[in-house]
Design a protein around this ligand. Structure first.
Ligand code: G6P
Ligand code: MG
Length: 217
């Protein structure tokens, strides 16, 4: 079966660049300051979900009032934003730019579907914002992953339907969002992305035409 793929929609953190690690380190610093046990393993559950949901998962049921929640989220974001000063174009993960360029050359539109409110500044620091035909971020929709809304919003901006688009995701919540929305899903990495139609360890050696062919076989 030959698929009619017209767009690739990429998650950012953990797919295009390794800011997933910076998100972890920022939550870890906050957790340590507050005496909340928080491990790298715990952090896997935070991949792809919103800042608020990340806080909920980090707290694991510990009750806090709203003012404290706002304080924690602000501090975490301050730590995260400070770490972005380290980001340069060299932080684009191997293979990502080649895949974007192959897709563009093949007439496939490029979208961003990141839950992060920091997605645009990160893309700017990476120097690749101009490669995206539409950018959906943490400001675009109310319902965040695993709801499909962000990918549907981005597909709408690109003018394609979900069955014409492939979502690249490193998070269980993101793969779930893609599948619920009726998109093709490529899982990236070692997190719980096994429900995706195709799983790749990373984007190194990922090729646009091979991916479309593999999804259609
Ligand atoms: C992405 C990341 C999450 C992060 C979320 C919100 O989904 O994978 O780790 O918590 O965005 O990011 P923000 O920059 O808005 O706090
Ligand atoms: Mg991610």
């Amino acid at each position: 079966m030959s698929l009619d793929i017209r767009a690739f929609i990429f998650d950012l953190d953990g797919v295009i660049t390794d800011t997933a690690e910076y998100h972890f380190l920022a939550w870890k610093r906050l957790a340590d300051e507050e005496g909340i046990p928080f491990t790298r393993q715990d952090n896997e559950a935070l991949r792809g979900v919103s800042r608020r949901e990340s806080l909920n998962r980090m707290l694991k049921g510990r009750p806090i009032d709203e003012a404290t929640a706002q304080n924690y989220m602000q501090r975490k974001n301050d730590y995260y934003v400070a770490s972005l000063s380290e980001i340069t174009p060299a932080a684009v993960l191997p293979g990502a730019i080649n895949l974007l360029d192959e897709a563009h050359a093949a007439g496939i539109l490029i979208g961003m579907g990141s839950a992060s409110k920091n997605a645009r500044p990160v893309l700017d620091k990476l120097g690749i914002a101009y490669k995206f035909d539409a950018i959906g971020d943490g400001y675009s929709v109310v319902n965040t992953k695993p709801a499909p809304d962000l990918f549907i919003w981005t597909a709408g901006r690109l003018g394609v339907s979900p069955t014409q688009a492939v979502v690249f995701e490193d998070a269980e919540a993101g793969v779930a969002a893609a599948l619920t929305g009726g998109f093709w899903a490529v899982g990236i990495g070692t997190a719980d992305v096994g429900k995706a139609h195709l799983v790749l360890p990373d984007l190194a050696n990922a090729h646009a035409k091979e991916i479309v062919a593999a999804l259609g076989s």
